[in-house]
Design a protein around this ligand. Sequence first.
Ligand code: SF4
Length: 251
Amino acid sequence: MNIIIDGKECSAEHGEYILNVAERNGIHIPALCHSEALPGQGNCRMCIVEIVDGSRRKIVTSCSYPVTKEIEVITCSERIKEMRRTIMRLLSARAPGSDFIKRLSEEYNIPPETRFKIDNEEKCILCGLCVRACDEVGAHAISMVNRGTIKKVSTPFEETPPECIGCGACAYVCPTGAIEIEEHQGKRRIWNKTFELLKCTRCGDHFMTREQYEYIKNKKGIDMDGLLCDKCRKKTTGEKLKEVLQTVGKQ
Ligand code: SF4
């Protein structure tokens, strides 16, 4: 089916999110908590757009609104721009410690916060992506705790989580750099836990923690094909494929 985004006709699959349709058609919609791997989050609200459906208009989050019929979408009307600015103002008051949020605040011309009491060190916007990533991995080592103004991401009882395998998915997916992860001399430190990093047997690069390797191999039952990093695994697969094709070609 076809939908109109900012006057441009765009083809969309039934059920596809507006944000994905827009991206595919080169139309930028700002989004903080959107990840290709974990779609449909809809928490930061920056990706709001206006939907025109016949005589009805409504505001929706484009990352979680599926296309089910032919509609018109407006991504940057004056109304949307003003609402997005208000959202940015709230995010900026929530996480002034994040460099990423600081840069966005400058872009949106957000004035210094005077209405709310702010924590200058805070970097988290409570989007929940990290918790979802950890759950998807299957480790369930972190969660949202408390409510209201003291809500935060934490490990159980704020202690070093035994379930954490040090994969770093939470830190990699975090849009604001709120989760600290350090890698130094073959060690990775995250959530107050230090992990030894294993070396790829082909290129010698450190690439994953021992706990992560054991978890993928034993608990998920995935054949890791030796200790190879992604790059070398792809290379090895390519070489094997070439060999097979050459053998088949010879026959
Ligand atoms: S730590 Fe990062 S990913 Fe997790 S809720 Fe906060 S901003 Fe989102």
